[in-house]
Design a protein. Sequence first.
Length: 103
Amino acid sequence: MNWYGVVSALSAVGGVLISALGFMLALTKKLSAEERELGTMITQLSDIREGIKTLQILTDRQERSLSAMESRLSRMEESVLQTQNRMDRFDSRTSHGHDSAVS
């Protein structure tokens, strides 16, 4: 039996096993890093989704507020027009000497 041949064959097999183990460890580290990165991206996407929902809620509130302000402005414009009409009628009566308040 050739012990040198057996030892060299075992060394070669051991070298292949060690290099395969090293490759597997490196691959595991790389996958682990990619999994962490993927987890971070998923968390960020979730945060972005929540931010979009918040923006939609705020936009809806602003639209309702704007609608309420438009309604109030319309009522104020109508009130101002009525007041202006009353003032015009009062001015026309006073300019023609028909002011019932001044006798």
